[in-house]
Each structure stands twice: as C-alpha cells, then as structure tokens.
Design a protein around this ligand. Structure first.
Ligand code: G1P
Length: 293
C-alpha cells in the first residue's frame, strides 16, 4: 500500500527561537543549504507522498512562497547566464500538490491535526512535524518503513520513536511498550511529557506518525491536556484504550533526529549539515579546527 498524503503542521510560533522567529517561521530556518521544511518535504516525497497539506498559522506565508514555482526568478537566472543555479530550484518541479489551511486558533498539535480532517477524508495519512528533520540527506527511510508496518499489521497508528536520555523525557511523548520493545513494538500506553519519575520508558515520539482516519474521532473527544493544549499524544492514548492497534518503529542508530525547536539542537543541526556539505564541508571543518585549537 502507498499513502499519498502528508499533513505537515507548521503553525507553532517558535517562541523558543525568538528573536529569530519573530517574523520568520522556524520551519524556514536554514539547515545547511535548505530551509528545515524543504528537508521534511523531500523526505515525504521519497516515501511516496504526492500531496502535502500544511497546517499553517500567522506569519507563515514564507512557506507558501518557498514551494511556489517562481517563473520570474527562473527567467532572471536564464537571462543573466546563471543557468547552473537553476538546479537549486529543481525541488519546485517535484511531482507534488501543495495545500494550505490555517489553524485559526492556537489550541495545540492535536487541534492542528484535526484541522486536516475535511481534506483527509477516509484514507490513512502521514503526519510529519515541520520543525524536525530525520536523517541527513537521504539517510532515512523511516516513514517508508512506518507505512509498510501500518499495512502489514493493519494498524490504526504507527509512530516513530527514538531513545532519549532520562532527563529529556520531559520534552516528548513517551511510550510504554507491550512487552520488551524490539525495532517494531506494540504500544500499551503513551504519555505526553511525563516527569522523569513518571516516564514509563525513554522511548520518545520522534516527529513522524502514520494514522488511520480513526484518529479524528479520538481527537474530537480529547480535552485540553498538558500546557492546556489539545495533545495529539492524548488522542493516541484514547486510540490505544479503545483497543486500536498502535505500533512504534524505532529510528535506526544512524538515523538522527534534528529538532529545530530550540537553539541547542538547531545550532548542532546546522553545524552537522554544514560539515557534510559536498562543496564547503572541508572548509567548515578546517575553520572549526582553527577555532577549537
Ligand atoms: C510534540 C509532541 C510530542 C513529541 C514531539 C516531537 O511536542 O507533542 O509528543 O514527542 O512533538 O516529535 P512539541 O515538540 O511540539 O512540544
């Protein structure tokens, strides 16, 4: 089975990255040569997705502009003999349709996903958080693996997980596995941002989900939870409690997750992508060495 629709929530204000994000979406911050959200879209396209629905918000129009075909810019590059730069715009011509809807009230990630319901209809879909990159370049096929497991197990949801240090569980949805967790495991419970003491494991939700449309019924009955927001994690817990088949797929050891929601991991992500740049990586490495020595 293939799933051709990805919902990409990009409505969050990015307050942890102020002042960078005052008038610029965090999803448009550069990581290496691309804005974060272009990395996410390219990952989706590699997984077979052909329709992308962005759940946007105020001050996010740069995202729409980025995925437009900019005929004027293309003509300008041709006229000024900069044809070599046209390759940098090749992503504009990907075989993808883009859709945009506004989350008109900031009621949380669960509410953002619920905004997709009228568009999704009755088919399974992917949710890819627009501020997180998984793997560098084409190093990750985790969404593809998740879609395969969704199909094989006739699941209601499949979620990507990554093991995090104990003190970091407070930032993530955390899973309790039904039995000893292997690379793929069934969830017994999931809890949003537990304290270190309450956390049932160190398996943290890693920004990618595959859902059957059943999640919408769960979201509709989900009350505001942590941070007084409608939490996607709480709707997933309802799905588990109602007998739904919810599975986790672990990221492979080399499949790193880059979270562009805070400065610490944003700086690290930028540095790693800059170091891996085929043209400038060597110079960046030499410059860093000089600084550190
Ligand atoms: C959201 C989810 C959380 C998940 C995290 C990373 O939190 O609520 O369960 O672990 O994304 O995928 P946020 O980073 O928006 O606070």
């Amino acid at each position: 089975m293939s799933i051709d629709l990805a919902v990409v929530p990009v409505a969050g204000r990015g307050t942890r990255l102020l002042p960078l994000t005052k008038s610029q979406p965090k999803e448009m911050l550069p990581v290496g040569r691309r804005p974060v959200v272009q990395h996410v879209v390219e990952e989706m396209v590699r997984s077979g997705v052909r329709r992308i629905l962005f759940i946007t918000g105020a001050a996010k129009s740069a995202i729409e502009n980025h995925f437009d075909i900019d005929a004027e810019l293309i003509a300008h590059l041709r006229e000024t003999g900069k044809e070599d730069l046209l390759a940098e715009l090749a992503f504009e011509r990907e075989n993808v349709d883009y859709f945009f809807t506004r989350q008109r009230r900031q009621l949380g990630l669960g509410h953002a996903v619920l905004c997709a319901a009228p568009m999704v209809g009755d088919a399974p879909f992917v949710v890819a958080l627009g501020d997180s990159i998984i793997g560098m370049g084409d190093a990750s096929d985790v969404t593809r693996r998740m879609i395969d497991e969704f199909d094989r197990r006739s699941a209601d949801a499949v979620i990507a997980f990554q093991e995090v240090p104990a003190e970091e569980v407070v930032h993530y949805g955390i899973a309790e596995s039904d039995g000893k967790p292997g690379d793929v495991f069934r969830l017994k419970r999931i809890v949003e941002k537990p304290s270190v003491k309450e956390a049932p494991s160190r398996l943290a939700v890693a920004a990618r989900y595959v859902f059957s449309p059943k999640i919408f019924a769960m979201l509709r009955q989900t009350q505001a939870g942590k941070a007084n927001e409608i939490q996607l994690t709480d709707a997933i817990q309802h799905l588990i409690a109602s007998g739904g088949g919810v599975y986790g797929v672990r990221l492979a050891p080399g499949e790193l997750r880059y979270d562009i929601g805070n400065y610490e991991s944003y700086f690290r992500a930028f540095l790693e992508f800059a170091l891996a740049d085929p043209q400038y990586g060597g110079e960046v490495r030499a410059a860093l060495k000089r600084i550190l020595d």
